[in-house]
Design a binder for this molecule. Structure first.
Ligand code: GLA
Length: 390
């Protein structure tokens, strides 16, 4: 038996379905004039049970991107901190916690009745060096690494107990290398394979009601699904409190495979785990994997950065179709898929403008750079309304 049975799905789901409120936050951040005409089309209202999430960038609750914050408050009912809860943001120095950005995001989420997703507790990236150094510069021992990991998890999760309903506990632990199971991260070298189980145990001890998620990219693709099943099965066999798989779903228009994604949902669902789509976006640009990529003047060249002057209609339509089919597929599996979160609101704020090549112009999200809805917005909405009619 695994710990899924030990928490009440019913009570968690009622937290998840907190009704959207018209809010003080919206009074404070009134709908920007250029998008007020869209008020009748509130994206989250097209969905019944499925939570519709977005990532909140670090600066937007502090007023750095009012457009993004307005869209988030209006259209989404689950918020993930894009950066402000990562280890480097929240515990930059040992024992010195910085809460301001995370606290602010939580206040805003609560004002609109949104579910909050904590992201992320244990990761090889965006984690400060001090975590991985011995006290006098010597290699980290298992004991010290475990102590630091548990202290970080219990401090952060306890602080937000009952206010953060879902946690991405461990992020991206599986290796991309053929034949290699886990990514060779400093956590793995210091603690060993059980660092993952220990992270989940610590999070569960700190908040037994939180939904605990293992989050990764490409685990909706066949090649990573097998390793993911191996990891999840081993955690379940040990009785580790894990409740859901986070499929990031950073898709590319040219390579996304709904068939593979659907297969992954079946597989994880059959293991009695929930699926959260945690970071959905659809890049319209070529993925260039050789790193570091050096920009040249030829970058205006069609292959690298073809749409600096705007997104052609046919590409916007293809993207909208993929969003629609994707959401329709997620909605067919609502017994397993409980949340779909986009990784941002408008194209101008997306990390994909700088990844994997810096300073390109990508168009991965449902709102354009001015905050207006794109064909992708209407496609997602149609998928939601279609489900309500069935
Ligand atoms: C990964 C992480 C996210 C974020 C994205 C890029 O998917 O889980 O926190 O860093 O990369 O924005």
């Amino acid at each position: 038996m695994h710990m899924k049975n030990s928490y009440s799905t019913q009570s968690n789901l009622s937290v998840l379905r907190a009704p959207p409120l018209i809010t003080k936050a919206q009074e404070k951040f009134p709908i920007a004039p250029h998008i007020s005409s869209q008020k009748q089309h509130v994206l989250k209202d097209a969905f019944q049970e499925l939570l519709l999430g977005t990532a909140i960038s670090r600066g937007s609750p502090q007023g750095n991107d009012e457009k993004s914050l307005t869209l988030a408050l209006q259209h989404f009912n689950a918020f993930t901190a894009e950066n402000s809860m990562k280890p480097e943001a929240i515990q930059p120095e040992e024992g010195k916690f910085y809460w301001k950005d995370a606290d602010r995001m939580l206040e805003l989420a609560e004002q609109v009745g949104a579910t909050v997703v904590g992201h992320t507790l244990v990761w090889h990236s965006q984690t400060p060096e001090w975590f991985f150094r011995g006290e006098h510069g010597e290699p980290l021992t298992r004991e010290l690494a475990l102590t630091r990991m548990r202290h970080h998890i219990s401090t952060v999760v306890r602080r937000y107990k009952g206010r953060i309903q879902q946690w991405d506990v461990v992020n991206e632990a599986i290796s991309d290398e053929p034949g290699e199971f886990l990514r060779p991260s400093p956590w793995l070298s210091a603690i060993g394979e059980d660092y993952i189980a220990e992270a989940f145990r610590a999070a569960h001890a700190a908040d037994p009601d939180a939904i605990l998620i293992y989050n990764d990219y490409s685990n909706d693709r066949d090649e990573k699904r097998h390793k993911t099943v191996k990891l999840l099965q081993s955690l379940l066999d040990q009785g580790v409190p894990i409740h859901a798989v986070g499929m990031q779903c950073h898709w590319q228009l040219s390579t996304a495979s709904l068939k593979e994604t659907e297969r992954a949902i079946h597989t994880y669902g059959a293991m009695d785990l929930q699926v959260m789509v945690t970071e959905l976006d659809i890049s319209v640009l070529k993925f260039i994997s050789h790193k570091p990529y050096v920009r040249t003047d030829d970058d205006v060249d069609a292959n690298i950065n073809p749409y600096i002057d705007g997104l052609p209609h046919d590409i916007a339509k293809q993207q909208a179709d993929l969003y629609k089919e994707g959401f329709e597929m997620f909605l067919r599996h609502q017994d397993v898929v409980k949340r779909v979160s986009l990784w941002g609101t408008h194209d101008g704020e997306s990390w994909l403008n700088d990844f994997p090549v810096r300073a390109r112009t990508d168009y991965p999200l449902p709102f354009d750079r001015a905050g207006n809805p794109k064909p992708a917005f209407f496609a997602i909405r149609e998928a939601g309304l279609g489900d309500a009619e069935r």
